[in-house]
Design a protein. Sequence first.
Length: 88
Amino acid sequence: MTHRFPDGMTVQTKTLAFRIWQAAEARGWDMTLADVADHLDVSLPRVRRVAQISGWLTRFRTTITDPSNYNGITERVDEDLEQMAVRA
């Protein structure tokens, strides 16, 4: 029988969650889920699922190829442009 923690994660999933957290924390969470998957040599869907269960999806950088993130990227670009204009 596989042991499950109260949040429903198995020992293997908890271990991957720690590895994801460790990699992201070391880089100030300035990574995409794909970056983490590549870094840990784990499939992207698995990393995404563990990040979702752990409540970390919003902590990662998004990619422009993900259509659900276009609005957030536009807002960030607007903010960056405003900051550049203030500095100039």
